[in-house]
Design a protein around this ligand. Structure first.
Ligand SMILES: Cc1cc2nc3c(=O)[nH]c(=O)nc-3n(C[C@H](O)[C@H](O)[C@H](O)COP(=O)(O)OP(=O)(O)OC[C@H]3O[C@@H](n4cnc5c(N)ncnc54)[C@H](O)[C@@H]3O)c2cc1C
Length: 425
């Protein structure tokens, strides 16, 4: 009989546990290690930061769902993985042994790589619900004393959609509050052009997002490298195609939200053969680490090489559907190993995204994520806002009920030609 352990109880980890449960033989055990007993729906964080959602609307006591599903849940958090000994050391000093381990720890937020960046410095963040709540308090203060805003994503970032979402959501909120006319806004991004998104654009995201910037009076700086942030001032270098700094600007701000670069979490960073130099987990096309074949990985913690060279480093985003495709492949592959078969499932890694602007939005599908693509589609409209709200409610309900991919979801997505696996079982 086998002990299967999932490390991380976010988007990838919870779905991973639900799908693995169905693959187990009688007597196999499944344990999820989380950090605290709550799941947060990360895509709602921009709404929390704008005051459009309360924390309790996007938070679930995941330990209760796990208990109902018969999955052991440890909320202590992992201190260190010991892959040579097949055990995860928890923060209380105890250890959990495994036969198969799935790493689903998401990102560590590398604020410390830029002086003054992040919630402990001078910029806000929406990466965690705690940050988003703090960002909302800062926004309330800002509205009493409006001035310039700087929003964006720094060098090495790989998650750009939420930066655009938050810039446009702020624009919508400030217009509602009748103070937008007092707020010069600048979008600062390491992307080589607006709408690149770490994917070299999808459909016409370049045109759609640039036109939104113009319509909403948001200036932008691309190929940007943030040198430092001080109280009310961000120093930004603009880099040319040749990688040489063209211009250095000091941008004043009364409010700023910048997405940081990501790296692997401390519990796994620096493990030879398991991680790349940034601490992301190396996996093959079956989500399996080549050096430690008992270890699989899903989600933002997985190492994916960048799309291609850009003047300022830009990472590839790992979006929700892509993560779900990694999860389904991993569950089927561990299931295959448990039942004596060869693991063959491969996630499609298709990117499907809804970016909400409060009063509209942009949707895109990239299949595969690296161009040239079979499906390269983007569109905009008010429907995206409603679709994202509906998706939020649906997804949170799914997590609370302990489901990953109900039959009607699979049926609908397959009807649209969007599949989780490249080679269905
Ligand atoms: C602000 C924001 C908005 C986003 N919006 C969208 C969107 O609209 N659509 C979309 O497709 N994608 C979106 N994404 C991208 C992606 O879908 C999410 O980041 C998603 O939550 C990633 O899932 P994950 O499981 O990899 O990581 P997470 O959901 O972050 O989960 C990782 C979990 O691991 C836990 N963990 C970390 N270290 C340890 C440890 N040592 N021990 C135990 N547990 C640990 C963490 O506490 C966390 O619960 C967004 C990302 C961000 C940052």
């Amino acid at each position: 009989m086998a002990n299967i352990v999932v490390l991380g109880a976010g988007l990838g980890g919870t779905l991973m546990a639900y799908e693995l449960k169905a693959e187990l033989r009688a007597g196999d055990t499944l344990t999820v290690i989380g950090q605290g007993s709550h799941y947060h729906f990360v895509p709602s964080n921009p709404w929390v930061a704008a005051g459009w959602r309360e924390r309790d609307e996007v938070e679930i006591d995941i330990s209760a769902t796990m208990a109902r599903k018969g999955i052991a849940f440890r909320p202590e958090g992992a201190a260190r993985l010991h892959p040579d000994e097949n055990r995860v050391e928890l923060s209380d000093g105890s250890s959990i042994p495994y036969d198969y381990l799935v790493l689903a720890t998401g990102p560590d937020l590398a604020f410390d790589e830029i002086p003054g960046l992040g919630p402990d410095g001078f910029t806000q963040s929406i990466c965690h619900v705690d940050h988003a709540e703090k960002a909302f308090l800062a926004l309330e203060k800002f509205i009493a004393n409006p001035g310039p805003i700087v929003v964006g994503a720094v060098q090495g970032a790989s998650c750009f959609g939420p930066a655009y979402e938050f810039a446009f959501i702020l624009d919508t909120e400030l217009r509602k509050r009748r103070v937008r006319d007092k707020v010069p806004m600048t979008f600062v991004t390491s992307e080589p052009y607006i709408g690149h998104l770490g994917l070299d654009g999808v459909g016409d995201t370049k045109g759609l997002l640039e036109s939104q910037m113009r319509n909403r009076h948001i200036k932008f700086i691309t190929n940007a490298r943030v040198q430092k942030v001080e109280d009310g001032k961000m120093t930004v270098e603009e880099v040319g195609e040749d990688g040489v700094v063209k211009k250095t600007s000091e941008l004043p701000f009364n409010y700023s939200m910048m997405l940081p670069a990501f790296r692997g979490v401390a519990a796994v960073r620096g493990l030879e053969g398991l991680t790349n130099p940034r601490g992301f987990i190396l996996v093959d096309k079956h989500q399996r680490n080549p050096k430690f074949p008992d270890i699989f990985a899903v989600g933002v913690g997985v190492a994916i090489p960048p799309m291609g060279p850009t003047p300022v480093p830009v990472g590839v985003p790992k979006t929700g559907f892509m993560i779900e495709s990694m999860v389904t492949a991993t569950a089927q592959n561990i299931g295959a190993l448990l039942h004596g078969r060869v693991p063959e499932a491969q996630g499609s890694w298709n990117a499907v995204c809804l970016a909400d602007f409060g009063d509209g939005g942009v949707a895109f599908v990239a299949e595969p994520q690296i161009p040239p693509r079979n499906l390269n589609w983007s569109a905009q409209g008010k429907w995206v806002h409603y679709a994202k709200v509906a998706f939020e409610k649906y997804f949170i309900r799914k997590i609370r009920r302990g489901e990953s991919e109900p039959f009607y979801e699979r049926w609908m997505m397959e009807g649209l030609g969007i599949r989780r696996l490249t080679r269905p079982r």
